[in-house]
Design a protein around this ligand. Sequence first.
Ligand SMILES: [Zn+2]
Length: 300
Amino acid sequence: MPAETDSRSPVRQIPTAYRYAVGDILVTAANDGHRVNAVQEGFVRNASLAEVVTALDAGGLPGGRLPITFTPIVIETGSRRILVDTGFGDSGPATAGFLRSNLAAAGITPETIDMVFVTHCHGDHINGLIDAEGRPLYPAAEVVLAEPERAFWTDRTEAARASGGVADNFANVARVFGPLQDRLRTVQWNAEIAPGVRAIDARGHTPGHTALILESAGEKLVFIADVTNHPALFARHPHWSVAFDMDARQSVATRRRILGMIADEGLRMAGYHYPFPATGRLARDGEGFRFLPAQFAMLA
Ligand SMILES: [Zn+2]
């Protein structure tokens, strides 16, 4: 991964988290950190580097440099406190791994999380489940994911024929989930994982990639996970496929379906790789969608 070119020392922000209500459900968005990609040919499989740089410029991101942020959420339903994805923990770039300190600043300690829901098994979403010694970082939590995602990443035939980054990811999934076997549980798509929280089919980015619909007291929010990576590229251009989308065709279909539902039904949304606090709405704009970020408010 290309290093930052700034010579000055990085400025550490004040630890923070952003809370918002969806009906009676409380959501806490807590940033794990970021990484800056100097975008290269092939980052978007079906667009040229020049087209991608133009799209970044249009999104206010000059110089072909794409900041990718990582924002897990905590969902509190009254009966459950669910962390959705975990960031990198100790196994990631120096610019990430801040989730637990940011949650602590919001008064949320790891012992009080009773479920970690995993949207999919990429390192930026699962590495924070365990520490470097393999100890669970959320000691009271069951770990829940969609059955198709578990099935794929534990399939020995698929593992044997994988190469490159996918082969590395199979090894990483075995490393992370090995110590967690006795607390893993799977659900089917459309299951309610907690009151008002439903897991939905968002396959394409990975074979079992899962989004969540939160619904309470007439309000509705879709946590899209990685249905798109950065919105300046993949909400604006939903037919573009980021190199991390394992099934490009399926991920485009999923993106059009889920972003279309959000825009057409006027729903609120949150995205793991959206600019912090990573929540807002989407509007249709030409062939794609425009992200309309939520405005900060002191009281949720
Ligand atoms: Zn991701």
